[in-house]
Design a binder for this molecule. Structure first.
Ligand code: PLP
Length: 385
């Protein structure tokens, strides 16, 4: 009896109820969207609430932040207008001259930001082969490396990095570890609990899940000087997430667990169906036992591998693009993590200068009926190859 009484609530339960939210005055379960850009002061000219101006923050955005902080087990979470502005704030907050260790293949936009900081001389970047912890270690400059960036699973071949091992390497070098686990949101991977110092997510993707918001989340294990500097960048650049988008994000996050469970089931069904298909060179999905990162991924996601996989089509770039175009259900669109399935020719989207297999198609598997998705890919591959 007492065991049942004291059992902590599952994060999935708290998430579904948006932290058991009830509006004080009306009893409304759905939060009010706080749209006001400015706030009238009280009789003594002091702010009535901690709020003065929406660029600093607002109740709706803070509610969304509290939900993510709870899910991540974070000391604090900050939401930004996009994943890119969140990632940019971290780079901007580093002291001038800091050294950053980052994978050579990673989300192309964040990589471009790093390259920009390197070109201007503000930051020094050394790249390592994604997933290779020895290469990560070798890239460290003792006493100089401030930040190690890990993307896992890594775009677009879903290489898996052991977060706990990467955290040990970072901390031994006196550096911070930041993880981009956008492809496995915190219902799968809780990076801070594995030792990461900052957890980054493009909330545009799984957290929101409906392809109608751009947002970026940063969560911190323990706040400190770097975190304060990041908050300062958001405040000064005015990149706080808009309250309307925060409201949509709250609505989307309530079903996160449900969506990702279904997306994982669907992705696994597709990966198993097409593994070894003579029209394909490879099926890349950490949920397959044949994937080199399978065991670490199983541990890091509790078996919820997520909905992202890639296929490499035989016949090169043309055959891959034709396959994407021949799909009737999968939309030929960029982005990921929505309820609808997308197929993307990654090389076209990331542009020249990125090391991507020319025949790689990235699939973001949605919540549709799996046999419909398999049939669609079957007919597209037949038409194109
Ligand atoms: C989309 C994405 C980003 C960038 O986020 P936006 O919300 O699009 O700005 C960063 N990292 C990964 C892995 C992503 O998929």
């Amino acid at each position: 009896m007492s065991d049942r009484k004291n059992r902590p609530l599952s994060p999935a339960t708290r998430l579904a109820q948006a932290l058991h939210h009830v509006e004080e005055r009306t009893g409304a379960l759905t939060p009010t969207i706080q749209l006001s850009a400015t706030y009238a002061r009280g009789a003594d000219y002091a702010p009535r609430q901690p709020y003065i101006y929406r660029r600093d923050s607002n109740e709706t955005t803070e509610h969304a932040e509290a939900i993510i902080a709870d899910l991540e087990g974070a000391a604090a979470t900050l939401l930004f207008a996009s994943g890119m502005s969140a990632a940019g704030a971290v780079l901007e907050a580093l002291p001038s001259g800091a050294h950053v260790v980052a994978p050579g293949v990673m989300y192309h936009g964040v990589l471009q930001q790093m390259q920009k900081h390197q070109t201007t001389g503000r930051l020094a970047i050394t790249h390592y082969t994604a997933g290779d912890l020895d290469a990560m270690k070798a890239a460290i400059r003792p006493g100089q490396t401030a930040l190690i960036w890990v993307e896992t699973p890594n775009n677009p071949d879903w290489t898996v990095t052991d977060i706990a091992a990467a955290a040990a390497i970072a901390h031994e070098a006196g550096a911070r570890l930041i993880t981009d686990c956008t492809a496995t949101p915190p219902c799968c991977t809780r990076a801070l609990e594995l030792g990461a110092d900052i957890s980054f997510h493009s909330a545009t993707k799984y957290l929101n899940g409906h392809s109608d918001v751009t947002a970026g989340a940063l969560s911190v294990r323990r706040a400190g000087a770097l975190w304060d500097a990041i908050a300062d960048v958001r405040k000064l650049q005015g990149t706080v997430l808009h309250s309307f988008d925060a409201w949509l994000l709250i609505r989307g996050m309530r079903t996160l667990t449900l969506r990702v469970e279904r997306q994982t089931e669907n992705a696994l069904a597709i990966a198993r169906h097409f593994e070894g298909d003579p029209r394909l060179e490879a099926v890349l999905y950490p949920g397959l036992a044949s994937h080199p990162g399978h065991d670490i991924a199983r541990r890091q996601t509790d078996g919820m591998f997520g909905g992202m996989l890639s296929i490499i089509v035989k016949g090169g770039e043309r055959a891959a693009i034709d396959t994407a175009l021949a799909c009737r259900l999968f939309y030929p669109a960029t982005s990921l993590g929505g309820v609808e399935s997308l197929i993307e020719h990654r090389k076209t989207v990331s542009g020249p200068g990125f090391d991507v297999h020319p025949a790689l198609l990235r699939l973001s598997v949605g919540i549709e009926h799996a046999p419909d998705l398999i049939d669609d890919l079957e007919q597209a591959l037949d038409a194109a190859t």
